[in-house]
Design a protein around this ligand. Structure first.
Ligand code: HEC
Length: 187
């Protein structure tokens, strides 16, 4: 019995005391001990962080000037009314109004545009009047817009109209133009 107690005193007591000290005096602002060190702390940079290895200080490097990502079709028109007119004069819709293309246009319109423009394009979507009223597609000015101008508005946005370039593909934006034309032809 006596020896057991002595062994407790010699082994368990230091473990409890030292262990307790390690826990209570641990600096929580610093990284704790880790094994194996080399794998715990990776030398790789995270993409959105500062990087002193590059002159511009960025980890994610910008594309080389004058290059185009594979499969990306650049749209060489700025977000100005003059550029919208130019797009109207220069661009034609590469798609025809086949049932399939219209079906696709309707699908995207219902999904991304009808919240504001309304199911028939009258400018009475469910977020109106909390959001400023878009014009009806059936006005004379709207009908008079060239296909390229409609494509420009959808791609670049205009005033309160958000640009759809990032979330709707080029093909789908042209199919939206087709679908808007069918909405305009109604009534
Ligand atoms: C957040 C609401 C909102 C969404 C979503 C939206 N629009 Fe618009 N849209 C507007 C507003 C507001 C205007 C009027 C802009 C202005 O005052 O110049 C407009 C204008 C337009 C016009 C020009 C109409 C004209 O007569 O000049 C077209 C075309 C158009 N939108 C198409 C679309 C399409 C296609 C989508 C879906 C990809 C879409 N919009 C999504 C709010 C929206």
């Amino acid at each position: 019995m006596k020896t057991t107690l002595t062994w407790f005193g010699y082994i368990l007591l230091p473990v409890v005391v030292l262990g307790g000290m390690m826990i209570f005096f641990r600096d929580v602002t610093k990284r704790n001990r880790e094994y194996p060190i080399q794998m715990g702390v990776s030398p790789a940079y995270r993409s959105q962080t500062v990087n002193e290895s590059f002159p511009n200080g960025l980890t994610t490097q910008l594309p080389v000037a004058g290059t185009i990502a594979r499969g990306f079709k650049p749209f060489h028109y700025d977000a100005t009314p003059e550029e919208a007119k130019r797009a109207g004069a220069e661009l034609t819709n590469p798609f025809n109004d086949s049932a399939e293309n219209l079906e696709r246009g309707k699908y995207i319109f219902t999904k991304s545009c009808a919240v504001c423009h309304g199911p028939t394009g009258a400018g009475d979507g469910p977020v109106i009047p909390k959001f400023p009223n878009p014009p009806s597609f059936k006005t004379e000015t709207s009908r008079a817009l060239a296909d390229g101008e409609l494509f420009h508005v959808i791609t670049r946005g205009r005033n309160n109209m958000p640009a759809a370039e990032a979330n709707v593909s080029t093909e789908d934006r042209w199919k939206l133009v087709l679908y808007i034309r069918t909405l305009q032809a109604q009534e």
